[in-house]
Design a protein around this ligand. Structure first.
Ligand code: SF4
Length: 303
């Protein structure tokens, strides 16, 4: 992977990269109830609860919390001890978060006339709301956020586009990737990619990652990442050769099958163990996944 900022750049067809991820996300994603609302209060509660607790458990607590205190006005009017008690009963981690949430509800009611502020900077004035949470609420409630840069997003950028392990580089890449005016869907989509496909052990093909034809890690078989420091166990595997096929076809548009074989492995010989039969098996999988077309001895990327 790249070590310096000079070695990386985003693909020139950035709009296609963006559209591919949004299409992938919109076709299928994990359902969480807070993804179906644009109520900033409900979203803030989900964000605060998710900081320490597995998402599956948050769903039940989030429902119960909002049933009991459905608005900032209701929460502000509650007894703080009851809010903290709820937090403990649902094992939601540090009780300070419950106190901050209660305080933030007071702020919204008293300092903002019951209306949530809508920008990341203004949201960060609320008690216990750091830059990450402020940006998440601005994105998901108001479609008004900046690019989210969390561990998942860093891992994706590092693998897909060789972005070096450097906070400024990650910020720059995430900003450039974010399509204008689409922070709600984009931040959900890229976090989903890191959460279900580009995980520490990526499932590029199984999850149908929409960035395979651009992804540097997929092409080289090196799936290390800042939070996955060890060299990939996929080296030499079928996955790596699939990646090499894609990378070669990106460079040459189309290839005669044996020429492709020689380009992707030094020990290729048409009739050998890793010969045409082996390569045709690989191409059949790639064709099933909709990535390549193969006919009359010629292979090309499916566009
Ligand atoms: S192809 Fe694999 S490594 Fe690359 S971004 Fe997709 S899931 Fe991550």
């Amino acid at each position: 992977m790249s070590e310096s900022a000079a070695d990386w750049e985003l693909p020139p067809d950035l709009e296609a990269v963006q559209a591919a991820l949004i299409d992938w996300y919109e076709a299928d994603h994990r359902e969480f109830p807070w993804r179906d609302t644009d109520d900033p209060y409900a979203i803030l509660v989900s964000e605060v609860m998710s900081q320490q607790t597995q998402l599956d458990r948050v769903v039940e607590a989030w429902d119960a919390f909002l049933e009991r205190w459905p608005t900032t006005a209701a929460l502000a009017a509650a007894d703080r001890a009851d809010v903290v008690g709820f937090w403990s009963d649902h094992r939601l981690g540090y009780n300070n978060r419950a106190k901050y949430l209660h305080e933030a509800a007071h702020q919204v009611e008293d300092a903002f006339d019951g209306e949530f502020p809508q920008t990341p900077d203004a949201l960060a004035e609320l008690m216990g709301v750091g830059p990450y949470t402020a940006n998440a609420v601005a994105s998901f409630a108001f479609n008004n956020g900046d690019a989210v840069v969390d561990t998942n997003v860093k891992r994706v950028c590092y693998r897909a586009f060789d972005v070096p392990d450097d906070d400024a580089a990650f910020d720059g890449a995430a900003d450039s990737l974010l399509p204008d005016g689409k922070s709600r869907v984009w931040n959900n989509a890229i976090m989903e990619l890191g959460g279900v496909a580009c995980t520490t052990k990526p499932s590029c093909d199984e999850a149908g990652c929409p960035w395979r034809s651009w992804c540097s890690a997929y092409a080289t078989g090196d799936f290390s990442a800042p939070d996955v420091p060890t060299q990939s166990t996929f080296d030499g595997s079928r996955r790596q050769f699939r990646g090499r096929v894609i990378a070669t076809l990106r460079e040459h548009d189309e290839c005669e099958i044996d020429a492709l074989g020689h380009r992707i492995r030094v020990d290729y010989s048409p009739d050998g163990d890793h010969g045409r039969e082996w390569l045709e098996g690989l191409l059949a999988d790639l064709a099933d996944d909709g990535l390549v077309e193969y006919g009359d001895g010629v292979v090309r990327l499916r566009r």
